[in-house]
Design a protein around this ligand. Structure first.
Ligand SMILES: *[C@@H]1O[C@H](CO)[C@@H](O)[C@H](O)[C@H]1NC(C)=O
Ligand SMILES: CC(=O)N[C@H]1CO[C@H](CO)[C@@H](O)[C@@H]1O
Length: 734
């Protein structure tokens, strides 16, 4: 190996193209925003004049929007892209690659069916990586015999599947995704492997259907006796089973090669101990895995996120093992991508702009946040180690063959690590492992790692590494965003304020990264300005009071410029990152819906929580949808269905705008004449009109649709009553 080779890095970093142009463009928008502020401040109607209240409201909203826009620049100002050299990695380190422990977390066998879970498990067991260095841990917070049984069956199937993948270089390595992507190839091996898969699927599905494991199977696997102590999913001993022991010379696949270690864990649950959701499960896995395989690198994936790129571990190691910069990197985050999205992303659930644009921007300032799945951690850093300049971690593989501990002993000693009492008076959940007590445990954990001096890296190769399931109904989408925005806001305010990027992060992470975190931490407060902007101008339109400059006034220019520039940019950015035109339009609709419902509830809940009233509940979003719902989803018909309080707000805003626009038209036709009104109120007309067009699917769901996904009529009644009431109040005010 020449010196030159050693000094060539394992990855390179490139600045985004045209960054200077973007900065000029952004500066010009900022100038426009300043003009808008000046206009608002210098033209406030005097007390007693029409529109004073609305004017001051819009002033507040515009101050906020301008400020928030400035914050969001942190994600665009300094975007970078990374590229890895995997061939250099294998040239230099192929025989010394570190052990990798992979954690898959599942929580409920009905919401997350065992077949889905084991497809994820199989896809990561089949990584293009030395098998003896891989260990896969399944944490089952549902404590379900069915999931455990599915895992046992998967272990048998893996003996055929892994050599098959390696022999034919199969991609993707989730069997379900692979078989769905291949038409019907009748080559010998293919038919055999497909038959084995179908057999396994039938066995698991019939077990799931009957809801229990047959006596015969139970007697074959002694592991099931552990369910003896099981009373409910919230009250049972630790159940742990080493399904495959990678060190056992008898654990071989059908070709005679070694297999990855595979472990099933349902940590102890007791009603009197808080289980701390996924963070608790992850921490139990960190400890248990340290006793069994102790891989230097930890990957965690959600149970619906199968690996779509068998080289992902190697991608991540190019960062973590780089001789020059690797030692300061604590984690490598991959984007979340989704298999289940329709062409035009009805619910905008791909989070396209976040993953294709914004995280590249945060990467430029010290690293993306940890988003809870598809992330490779350095074990030391995750366990609370502080970064220090001279630190060089020894990544190289240590063979553990010498330690002869029998499996039952190893299982026994590992079990105690997953007990409820283990964490009492320890730093787990505080300084060690994932943090407890926040709905977005991942983001706050990543932030505290960065505050300990580490960097992180965003790795977004063209072939996506992890594909999951996105929510397929509007309520699911809104609930998910409520939880995220609420958790992120808590990072900024309530009892975590010490860890907020604004205070705790100060001086520990760069200002750019602090602002970057604030983009998400400030999601929720956007609700009030957005509600203001989507209601007040329309109400004033109905009353014939202008709140914006006339079309002939020079003050009109900054308004027009900021709107056109901002939306043209957003449109271009969306298309550039792979979206469709209609997809962008849908994205705007969801943007509005999120801000006026999810964020509002998150905001109110956070305030209540802060005052000590409510306890935020963690809701899992369902991963399986019924036939009817799936069909509408595929046709991109919006799914309302349930009568949620969030919908009352959406319907109220939509109907109010319709009412105001109709009233205004009637007035304009009969009264002043449309041209004159147009001259003075063009922006209000435009705003109200756009709000109506964007809400078309909602009117349809309220009045025209007959299927089960329509808006329940109770929502329509409630929101109309609400509108009547507010219109009366508004009349009263004037
Ligand atoms: C997933 O992997 C397949 C190859 O197996 C590739 O064709 C496809 O583009 C990948 N999906 C994404 C979203 O990148
Ligand atoms: C769970 C779920 O909703 N799966 C759906 C994902 O999307 C495909 C097609 O787009 C459907 O066939 C699945 O039912």
């Amino acid at each position: 190996m020449g010196n030159e080779e050693v000094s060539s890095p394992l990855f390179e970093t490139k600045r985004a193209k045209g960054i200077v142009l973007y900065r000029l463009f952004a500066a010009s928008i900022f100038v426009g925003i300043c003009f808008i502020w000046v206009y608002r401040l210098s033209h406030i109607p005097k007390a007693g004049e029409d529109g004073r209240f609305g004017w001051i409201g819009l002033l507040g909203a515009e101050l906020w929007f301008g400020f928030y826009w400035l914050v969001t620049q942190a994600s665009r100002w300094n975007r970078i892209y990374r590229h890895t050299f995997k061939d250099r990695l294998s040239q230099r380190y192929e025989n010394e690659l570190p052990g990798v422990d992979i954690f898959v977390c599942t929580a409920d066998p009905t919401i997350e069916p065992p077949m889905m879970v084991i497809n994820t498990v199989l896809s990561v067991m089949a990584y293009d990586y030395p098998s003896e260095k891989l260990s896969v841990y399944l944490s089952d917070d549902g404590g379900s015999e069915l999931t455990c049984y599915a895992l046992l069956e998967a272990a048998e199937f893996a003996k055929h599947w892994i050599p098959y993948c390696k022999k034919y270089n199969v991609e993707p390595r989730s069997p379900a995704a692979y078989f769905a992507s291949i038409a019907s190839d009748s080559a010998g091996d293919f038919t055999l492997i497909k038959k084995l898969y179908k057999d396994m699927e039938n066995k698991i599905k019939s077990a799931v259907k009957s809801g229990s494991i047959s006596k015969e199977v139970q007697s074959k696997h002694k592991g099931f006796s552990q369910w003896g102590s099981y009373s409910t999913r919230r009250d049972h001993d630790t159940i742990l089973q080493i399904v495959i022991d990678g060190r056992d010379p008898n654990a071989r696949d059908v070709e005679g090669y070694g297999l990855p270690t595979l472990v099933y864990l349902a940590r102890e649950k007791r009603p009197q101990y808080h289980h701390n959701f996924k963070a608790g499960a992850m921490n139990a896995l960190i400890r248990v895995s340290s006793n069994i395989s102790n891989g230097k690198i930890i990957l965690n994936v959600d149970c619906d996120m199968y690996s779509n790129n068998s080289k992902a571990i190697r991608e991540a190691l190019c960062f973590l093992m780089d001789e020059e910069k690797g030692h300061e990197i604590a984690f490598v985050q991959f984007p979340q991508n989704f298999e289940n999205v329709t062409k035009n992303e009805l619910y905008s659930s791909t989070l396209r702009i976040i993953f294709e644009v914004e995280l590249h921007g945060l990467d430029g300032y010290g690293g993306p946040p940890y988003v809870g799945t598809g992330c490779f951690h350095r074990r030391d850093a995750l366990c609370g180690r502080k970064f220090s300049k001279g630190y060089k971690s020894e990544m190289k593989w240590e063979n553990r063959k010498g330690e002869e501990i029998s499996i039952p002993k190893l299982e026994e000693s590992s079990k105690s690590l997953a007990s409820c009492t283990f964490e009492e008076s320890t730093q787990w959940g505080k300084e060690m492992g994932l943090k407890y007590g926040c709905p977005v445990e991942d983001v706050i954990t990543g932030l505290s790692i960065q505050c300990r001096g580490w960097k992180s890296v965003y790795c977004n190769p063209t072939r996506k590494a992890y594909l999951g399931l996105a929510p397929t109904t509007l309520p699911q989408t809104l609930v998910q965003h409520k939880r995220w925005s609420e958790g992120d806001l808590q990072i900024l305010v309530s009892k975590f304020r010490l860890f907020s990027p604004a205070l705790y992060g100060h001086g520990k992470i760069s200002l750019g990264l602090q602002l970057g975190y604030c983009i998400y931490c400030l999601w929720a407060p956007n609700c009030l300005p957005t509600l203001f902007y989507s209601i007040l101008p329309s109400l004033y339109l109905l009353r014939g009071i202008s709140l914006f400059p006339q079309i002939s006034s020079p003050w009109f220019i900054p308004f027009a410029y900021v709107m056109i520039a901002k939306y043209t940019w957003s449109f271009g950015e969306f298309l550039w990152s792979g979206g469709t035109i209609l997809g962008w339009w849908n994205d705007q609709r969801i943007w509005l819906y999120k801000r006026t419902s999810s964020y509002l509830f998150a905001f109110i809940d956070t305030i209540l929580y802060y005052l000590g009233y409510s306890d935020s509940a963690f809701v899992i979003t369902a991963k399986v949808a019924d036939e009817d719902v799936s069909q509408r989803y595929e046709k991109e018909i919006m799914e309302f269905g349930a009568s949620s309080p969030m919908f009352i707000i959406l319907a109220t805003v939509a109907l109010l705008n319709l009412y105001c626009f109709a009233g205004f038209l009637k007035e304009a036709m009969t009264g002043k004449g449309i041209v004159e009104v147009y001259e003075t109120m063009v922006l209000q007309i435009l705003l109200c009109g756009v709000l109506i067009i964007i809400n078309l699917p909602l009117y349809q769901a309220l009045f025209l649709r007959k299927d089960n996904g329509k808006m329940p009529s109770s929502v329509a009644f409630k929101s109309m009553a609400f509108i009547a009431f507010s219109c009366i109040c508004f009349k009263f005010l004037y």
